[in-house]
Design a protein around this ligand. Structure first.
Ligand code: SDX
Length: 392
């Protein structure tokens, strides 16, 4: 029986599916969504366009994009009862736990049948979650800050509206902030999909049991929360702040990262697939300079990050293991400049990854993939007889 299977911990050499959504080449540092390079999309597209591209496979024309956005606006109300669930959390609750719970709770307020009975049913579920998820994200931020919850404004663009729901101050007119909105749009595009990463594989495997879209996404949010995955963007900022508090002693942290007896890792470095620069990290690093420059912010944390990167890129331990900065290394610096609390960084990653999760879930269901159910190699006890309690 055990001859049948080979174990592949972490599925390092296992392909779980065929997919047409995202292509990445780890050696060359290439990332494309539906054939379009991430560099072009980050430069020339906006996040809603990229969401449409990832999910439906083509860039939308004007009419398709307008209809997509208006369909989303139609669905942007979140049932007031959902606020009772949010209120049930202590302020100290981590936003990723709140977001995962609220996403799962959405099922109770949107009891659609299993979302693939028809293209229309699936489209409606997709539009519904693209509309409501940003509201839930904004609510988790405002709860954390003790601010009244806010609803969107249909006159705004998709990302503008997200920015408004997150940052509009009570009893003040919302002031559009083009620099912040452009930075946010670009960051969301750069996070939108990444083939079969841990959280996307989670969304696929939960969906493969024919659990609904919202339930599958809720599971994906939990997987993303881990510090080895999306949670790394929060861990990077905590690491950089610790280095700053230590007088900028990057050498101490580099030594810790190399010490096998020390569980500490250089957060924001390394990647399962990229054995060269993560193309997203390159774009985000440049965007960090631009955004901080445009906002007139001098952040010593950015200088520490650059110093750490420079040292690591010259250190044999990291060079030999092909460890380069990944998407999480610089993103937190921009989030911080935009006034987003560190604990919310991974929520922002989830907001960006939402279209990718949806696209991969939809593809998995349309291709009628079988339920995910791997085997194992059994290493436990052989058959043995029961011992009554009095004899143990
Ligand atoms: C994301 O998969 C995706 O696509 C994910 C993602 C996406 O868009 O969905 O790109 C987003 O999750 C980016 C990664 C964010 N995580 C971090 O920044 C956390 C720190 N990085 C690592 O823990 C690690 O690099 C991983 C988790 C990213 C990858 O781990 P692997 O592929 O399982 O590699 P490994 O743990 O086997 O490491 C190989 C070697 C080991 O040393 P040796 O045993 O060979 O001596 O490299 C070392 C590791 O100890 N190593 C590190 C390190 N990362 C790997 N040593 C110090 N610091 C690090 N960051």
């Amino acid at each position: 029986e055990t001859g049948m299977v080979t174990i592949d911990p972490g599925y390092k050499n296992t392909g779980s599916c065929e997919s047409a959504v995202t292509f990445l080449d780890g050696e060359k540092g290439i990332l494309r969504y539906r054939g379009y390079s991430i560099e072009e999309l980050a430069e020339k597209a906006d996040f809603l366009e990229v969401a449409y591209l990832l999910i439906f496979g083509e860039l939308p024309n004007k009419a398709q994009l307008a209809k997509f956005h208006s369909d989303i606006k139609e669905e942007s109300q979140v049932d007031e009862e959902m606020k009772k669930i949010l209120d049930g959390f202590p302020k100290s609750a981590h936003p990723m736990g709140v977001l995962s719970s609220l996403t799962s709770a959405l099922v109770a307020f949107n009891p659609t049948s299993v979302d693939v009975s028809s293209e229309t049913a699936m489209y409606n579920s997709i539009v519904r979650i693209l509309a409501k998820f940003p509201v839930l994200v904004a609510w988790t931020l405002r709860k954390k800050k003790g601010l009244p919850l806010d609803y969107g404004d249909d006159s705004l663009g998709y990302v503008e509206n997200i920015h408004k729901m997150m940052f509009k101050r009570p009893n003040q007119e919302y002031k559009k902030d083009p620099i912040a909105i452009d930075a946010l749009d670009k960051l969301l595009i750069l996070h939108a999909d990444h083939e079969q990463n841990c959280s996307t594989s989670t969304v696929r495997i939960v969906g493969s049991s024919h659990a609904g879209l919202f339930a599958s996404l809720s599971a994906g949010i939990s997987a993303l929360w881990g510090p080895l995955h999306g949670g790394a963007n929060q861990a990077v900022l905590e690491m950089l702040e610790a280095i700053e508090a230590d007088g900028g002693d990057t050498k101490k942290y580099m030594a810790k990262a190399k010490d096998k007896d020390d569980p500490f890792r250089l957060m924001g470095f390394g990647h399962r697939v990229y054995k060269n620069f993560d193309p997203r990290a390159k774009i985000i690093k440049k965007a960090a300079d631009d955004v901080l420059g445009n906002l007139g912010i001098q952040d010593p944390i950015l200088d520490i990050a650059k110093g750490l990167e420079k040292e690591a890129l010259e250190d044999p331990y990291f060079v030999d293991r092909k460890l380069y900065p990944n998407v999480d290394f610089y993103s937190g610096i921009i989030y911080r400049a935009l006034g987003i609390p560190t604990e919310m960084f991974t929520v922002m990653f989830a907001l960006g990854r939402l279209p990718g999760w949806i696209a991969q879930w939809r593809e998995m269901r349309l291709r009628k993939e079988p339920i995910g159910r791997p085997r194992q190699v059994y290493i436990g006890e052989n058959l043995r007889s029961f011992v009554p309690l009095e004899k143990r």
